[in-house]
Design a protein around this ligand. Structure first.
Ligand code: UTP
Length: 471
């Protein structure tokens, strides 16, 4: 008890020196175990960092539009693609490519009370997102005859339920020792005037440090060492919310690793923006470096500019799919990595001085996060590869409306219809041309259009009729 009492006094002194001793408001009423828990968090807190975060609350984000801002150079689809695909395929077959999924977000917009990857996401069998990616990886392992390891970043809040979900599904047949989970770091959430908040009487409110935290987490977790030990050179990065992603894409791997204009450090995919006002970050270039400019930072006039062919000049929308080389992440994180902080006003539940939990009805706090795309300008030369939205991007972000389960399911079904049709199946279509049926194609059956054609060829060989009934 004496130790706890003296620890408490030391903590109070430290916190008071930074105007944050209110986090000990309930200390006197905590039992020793809970007090110990709270003091552990205080001890782990860098109050200098909290001061810096609080000081940053008032600045406007500091983004200055570079005078030389121009659209990024885009690698468009071309007949040269075959050589990139062949190169990428060779790297996958040689076991040099791993998948890396970031799944540490809080998914507040979707409002699903479990890790987002457990969300039932497919059109008919309602397979969870985790299963969709697992089946893609299994399919790629079979197709390329190679081990493809899977690294999954969680957060301290969803790490245990994520591991439990995988364990209860026998890791979807991947083999537990080929999937590595690790939690990302956190940052304290601060009130609008820079004070720490209590999530519980013995718990300081923190939030995951953004998908940008994935780079440091790769190092601190030992994942980079694990990759090196397994001969992995390239990392295929994707998000937990996009079931259309091609988790292992040889063309993308090839452009990243072998294109003469690529440094092989970080390469990204883009889709053409739907219109000038679409709220997505845009790939640009400045000072010879590629960068993503957030939609809120791109002046409307620039966003609306068109080139001679009528295409939006700044049309390269970011879809959060990247290739990174292991060596690039090792270099970036060798001496700590300070990515810019992005701030968002959020409703963060807290415990007040009376010990009562408050669910705010308007934003009461600032969450700070780092974004992985801020690493792109740190690459020596970073390419952006064009792809089709309908082929690769249908995220589940919101409970309804845009980017919701309904829009993602429609996109998954429509893509399956296109692939099957291209392979010779008859797809019933409505008068307007939309598929008049719901289709779910497991990645284990076909994970790309070419695989679908192979599936059809095998079926026809066996005398199958290719037909799908409406409904
Ligand atoms: P989002 O930006 O959509 O955030 O994450 P979110 O936290 O999942 O959802 P909202 O904003 O609370 O509704 C995009 C991707 O980045 C991951 C998410 O899991 C998702 O795959 N992410 C985000 C992390 O891994 N860590 C973070 O701290 C934030």
């Amino acid at each position: 008890m004496t130790t706890l009492t003296s620890r408490l006094e030391r903590a109070r002194e430290r916190l008071a020196g930074h105007g944050q001793d209110h986090v000990l408001h309930h200390a006197a009423s905590l039992d020793p175990v809970r007090l110990d828990h709270l003091l552990d968090q205080v001890d782990a807190l860098s109050l200098e960092q909290v001061d810096a975060l609080a000081a940053a609350l008032d600045d406007d984000g500091g983004f200055v539009l570079p005078a030389d801002l121009a659209p990024a150079t885009i690698v468009r689809r071309s007949p040269l693609d075959a050589q990139w695909t062949a190169h990428g395929e060779a790297l996958v077959r040689a076991g040099k490519v791993a998948c890396f999924m970031v799944a540490g977000g809080q998914g507040t917009r979707l409002g699903w009370d479990a890790p987002k990857g457990t969300f039932p996401a497919t059109p008919i069998t309602q397979a969870p997102l985790f299963q969709v990616f697992a089946e893609q990886i299994l399919a790629a392992r079979q197709r390329f005859g190679a081990m493809i390891r899977w690294y999954i970043m969680t957060s301290p809040m969803n790490d245990a339920p994520t591991r439990e979900f995988f364990a209860s599904h026998d890791h979807f047949g991947l083999g537990a020792d080929t999937v590595m989970f690790f939690p990302q770091g956190t940052l304290p959430s601060l009130t609008l005037d820079g004070k720490l908040l209590l999530a519980e009487t013995d718990e300081i409110a923190v939030n995951p440090d953004g998908h940008g935290g994935s780079l440091r987490a790769l190092r601190h977790s030992g994942a980079l060492d694990d990759m090196r030990a397994h001969g992995i050179e390239h990392i295929s990065y994707f998000q937990v919310d996009n079931p259309l992603v091609h988790a292992v894409d040889p063309r993308f791997v090839g452009v990243h690793a072998a294109h003469p204009d690529s440094s092989g450090e970080m390469t990204s995919k883009m889709v053409a923006k739907r219109d000038a006002a679409e709220k997505v970050g845009v790939f640009c270039t400045s000072g010879g470096r590629t960068m993503v400019v957030e939609y809120s930072d791109l002046p409307a006039a620039l966003a609306a500019e068109r080139d001679g062919s009528g295409r939006l000049r700044f049309d390269a929308g970011s879809i959060a799919i990247h290739m990174l080389s292991r060596e690039f992440v090792e270099r970036l994180t060798a001496h700590g990595l300070a990515l810019p902080l992005h701030k968002a006003r959020k409703k963060v539940p807290f415990v007040n001085d009376d010990g009562v939990r408050v669910e705010p009805t308007s934003p009461n706090a600032i969450k700070m996060e780092t974004f992985v795309f801020d690493a792109i300008p740190m690459a020596r030369a970073s390419l952006v590869l064009e792809t089709d939205r309908a082929e690769e991007f249908a995220p589940i972000k919101n409970a309804d409306g845009d980017d919701s389960p309904a829009t993602s399911i429609a996109a998954q079904s429509a893509r399956a219809a296109r692939w099957l049709e291209a392979a010779g199946w008859a797809i019933p279509r409505s008068a307007e041309g939309a598929p008049d049926c719901t289709i779910e194609l497991s990645p284990l059956a076909a994970s790309c259009e070419a695989a679908c054609a192979r599936l059809a060829a095998r079926a026809i060989e066996r005398g199958a009729r290719l037909a799908i009934t409406p409904g």
